[in-house]
Design a protein around this ligand. Structure first.
Ligand code: ADP
Ligand code: MG
Length: 232
């Protein structure tokens, strides 16, 4: 039987700390004694083939999985954005962003977050009328409004067209620079990982199998020779 692991509070310089994390589904071990530390404000990308356990790791970090075994500590509040924005369809965009905020200034905070992601004009819209890119902006606003110390992004751009994805890359870097949450971005896109992250991890066989620190300054151009050599 898996023991329930309470999520601990980590020291202030560490956004998340994972020690010997194991997750089994039946007799299948998806995360196997995994160690990982994310520094405060660090932008980390996580690659790995489908089914390697990336979303399982994110769910554990978000405190959404009470059947993981091992040690898990997160510094501050955690927010998640998924590939599908998961907006509540019967609430307007503004109300979706304000969900769960304390009453008082919820509306003002939601509007500030919507302005930051460039969605002021869609605040009164219904989620189902949004384009894919707009819905993902709303989802980012909903995550940011909580001022998370750790922002977990599970393939947030995979379903977007290539041009929208580029705009979203720029937006995410702007938001990250302005607020400096630690980010753990799951992606299938190696170029996206190299462009955005300080550190790129590869999950394989239940553990972090590879790790590359990116020392290039931002902004990065995808054809920069150092990135080309990292990709090959
Ligand atoms: P990834 O996000 O890397 O594609 P996941 O973390 O979603 O992978 O899944 C990793 C493995 O765990 C997959 O084989 C998946 O089928 C399995 N898995 C995930 N969630 C469950 C669950 N609730 N019950 C059983 N198996 C699961
Ligand atoms: Mg996944």
């Amino acid at each position: 039987m898996a023991a329930r692991v309470p999520v601990q509070v980590s020291p202030p310089e560490v956004a998340a700390s994972v020690r010997a994390l194991t997750r089994r589904f039946g007799d299948r071990t998806v995360l196997d004694d995994l160690d990982l530390e994310i520094a405060r404000g660090e932008f980390v990308a996580l690659l790995g083939r489908s089914g390697s356990g990336k979303s399982t790791l994110l769910r554990a970090l978000a405190g959404l999985d009470d059947e993981v075994e091992g040690g898990l500590a997160v510094g501050e509040s955690v927010a998640v954005a998924f590939q599908e924005p998961r907006l509540v369809p019967w609430k307007r965009v503004r109300a979706n962003v304000a969900l769960g905020l304390a009453r008082g200034d919820a509306r003002a905070r939601a509007e500030a977050a919507l302005a930051e992601v460039g969605l002021t004009e869609r605040a009164d819209a219904w989620p189902l009328t949004l384009s894919g890119g707009e819905a993902q902006r709303a989802s980012l606003a909903r995550a940011l409004v909580r001022e998370p110390g750790l922002l977990l992004l599970d393939e947030p751009f995979s379903a977007l067209d290539a041009l929208t994805r580029i705009t979203m890359h720029r937006l995410v870097l702007e938001l990250w620079s302005a607020h400096r949450p630690a980010v753990l971005l799951v992606t299938h896109d190696v170029d996206e990982a190299l462009l955005l992250a300080d550190r790129v991890l590869v999950l394989d066989e239940g553990r972090i199998a590879h790790e590359t620190a990116i020392s290039l300054p931002r902004p990065r151009h995808r054809d920069h020779p150092d990135l080309v050599s990292l990709r090959t």
